[in-house]
Design a protein around this ligand. Structure first.
Ligand code: KG4
Ligand code: ZN
Length: 367
C-alpha cells in the first residue's frame, strides 16, 4: 500500500509518502519566519502560506520519490483539531487528489497521529499510557490498540507548549521558543523554588499551565536583565553559553517545573488506570531533553517500555498522518468527500465508513 499524508493543521505544511514498509519521503515547509515577528501563529497568514506552498511541495514530493498520484492507494489528511483555514487547504488538496485518482480519502485525528508516530518502525506494547504535549494540547490518554483511545486528562487552559512559547517571547526569543528554552536550560541545575508546579493540588489528571506562565512573567518583570538584548534572527546560530546565568537558570527551572508536573500526573495515571505495558510521550514538546529524561526515568521505575518518537517526528509532520492513514485504510476505514475540518476545542468523531473494495492495481505493468 502507498499512502500520502497531508498535514496543515497549524503552521507546518508537510506532505509524506508511507508504504507498508515504512516512511518513504517527507517534504515540509516551515512558516517560522512569517510568524516569529508576531510571537505566535497568525491564522490568516498561516492559511495563505499553506495555499502558496502546498502545490509545489506536492509536485516535489512525487517527483523526488519517483511516484505519481495514480500510484496512491489512499490519501490521508489531518482533519483536525487545528486552525480551520489551515486545515481546509490540506482537505482541498486531499479531495482534489481523490477525485483525480479514485483513491479513497482517510481523515486523520491529528492528536492520535502524534501518539502513533512514536510507534513508527516498532510495535507499541498495549495498553499504553500516552502523554501528548504540544503547542496546542497537553493530554493523557489510555490506549488499548492503534484505534482505541480514552482521554484521561487534559489542560484546562494553556498547553505546555504555550508556557514555553510565552516564556520565550518574554525573554525576547523567537517563536516557537520551546527549543531555545530547552537549549538554554541544558546542563544548568534548576532552582526548584523559582516557579510553581501548577495544578498539583487538584488530585485529578487535568493540567493548568496559565499560573506557571504568570509566575514566569512576574519573575521576568522583576528581573528585566533576563531578557536577551537582541532577538536571534531566523535560522541564526545561537550560542546558549552567551546568555546570562540568570536567563539560563530561569529556563532550566521552567523545563524542570513542566517536566516534574508531567511526571507526577503520569504516576497518578498509572496508579488510577494501570497496569500499562508502555509509556508514549509525543508532540512538539516531547523534543524537550528534560521531558525525555523524565519519561525514561518514569518508564524504568514502573517497568514500562518507553516509546518516544525520534525528534524529527515530534513536531507536526505529514509522516505521522500517512502512518495512521495507512493503518486505517488497511483496516478498510475511510471517509467520503463530504469530510469536514474540525477546529481546535471540538471533539473529533469516530465516523469512519467501510471503504468499498478497490480493484488491486498493477503498479509496474510488465514491459
Ligand atoms: O506538535 P507541535 O509541532 O504543534 C502543535 O500541534 O501544537 O508542537 C509545537 C510546540 C511549540 O510550542 C514549541 O515551542 C514546542 O512544541 N517545542 C518544544 C521543543 N521543541 C518544540 N518545547 C520544549 N522543548 C523543545 N525542545
Ligand atoms: Zn501537533
Amino acid at each position: 500500500m502507498l499512502v500520502l499524508g497531508i498535514e496543515t493543521s497549524c503552521d507546518e505544511t508537510s506532505l509524506a509518502l508511507v508504504s507498508d514498509d515504512g516512511p518513504l519521503l517527507e517534504k515540509t515547509a516551515l512558516q517560522e519566519e512569517v510568524h516569529s515577528l508576531f510571537g505566535g501563529v497568525v491564522p490568516e497568514l498561516a492559511s495563505r502560506e499553506h495555499l502558496r506552498l502546498i502545490g509545489p511541495l506536492c509536485e516535489a514530493l512525487f517527483s523526488q520519490a519517483g511516484r505519481a498520484p495514480r500510484d496512491l492507494d489512499a490519501v490521508a489528511v489531518a482533519r483536525g483539531p487545528g486552525l480551520l483555514g489551515s486545515l481546509l487547504v490540506g482537505l482541498g488538496l486531499a479531495k482534489g487528489l481523490c477525485l483525480a485518482t479514485g483513491a479513497p480519502l482517510v481523515g486523520v485525528n491529528h492528536l492520535h497521529a502524534h501518539l502513533l508516530a512514536a510507534g513508527i518502525g516498532r510495535t507499541i506494547p498495549y495498553p499504553a499510557l500516552g502523554l501528548l504535549v504540544s503547542g496546542g494540547h497537553t493530554q493523557i490518554w489510555r490506549m488499548t490498540s492503534d484505534f482505541d483511545f480514552t482521554l484521561l486528562g487534559r489542560t484546562l487552559d494553556d498547553a505546555a507548549g504555550e508556557a514555553f512559547d510565552k516564556t520565550a517571547k518574554m525573554l525576547n526569543l523567537p517563536y516557537p521558543g520551546g527549543r531555545y528554552i530547552d537549549a538554554l536550560g541544558r546542563g544548568v541545575e534548576p532552582d526548584h523554588r523559582l516557579f510553581p508546579r501548577p495544578h498539583l493540588a487538584d488530585p485529578g489528571l487535568d493540567f493548568s499551565f496559565s499560573g506557571l506562565k504568570t509566575a514566569v512573567a512576574e519573575h521576568v518583570r522583576g528581573n528585566p536583565g533576563l531578557r536577551l538584548a537582541r532577538m536571534p534572527g531566523p535560522g541564526e546560530d545561537f550560542d546558549p553559553a552567551l546568555a546570562s546565568p540568570g536567563t539560563r537558570l530561569a529556563c532550566a527551572s521552567l523545563n524542570w517545573a513542566v517536566a516534574d508536573t508531567l511526571r507526577i500526573k503520569l504516576f497518578r495515571a498509572i496508579q488510577a488506570f494501570g497496569p500499562f505495558s508502555s509509556l508514549i510521550v509525543a508532540g512538539g514538546v516531547a523534543a524537550n531533553s528534560r521531558i525525555r529524561d523524565m519519561a525514561a526515568a518514569v518508564a524504568e521505575r514502573m517497568g514500562l517500555a518507553l516509546v518516544l518518537p525520534p525528534l524529527a517526528l515530534c513536531s507536526d509532520n505529514g509522516t505521522m498522518i500517512a502512518h495512521m492513514g495507512l493503518k486505517l485504510a488497511r483496516a478498510g476505514l475511510g471517509h467520503d468527500l463530504g469530510l469536514d475540518a474540525i477546529p481546535r476545542g471540538k471533539k473529533i468523531p469516530w465516523d469512519y465508513r467501510v471503504l468499498p473494495l478497490r480493484e488491486s492495481r498493477v503498479k509496474d505493468p510488465p514491459g
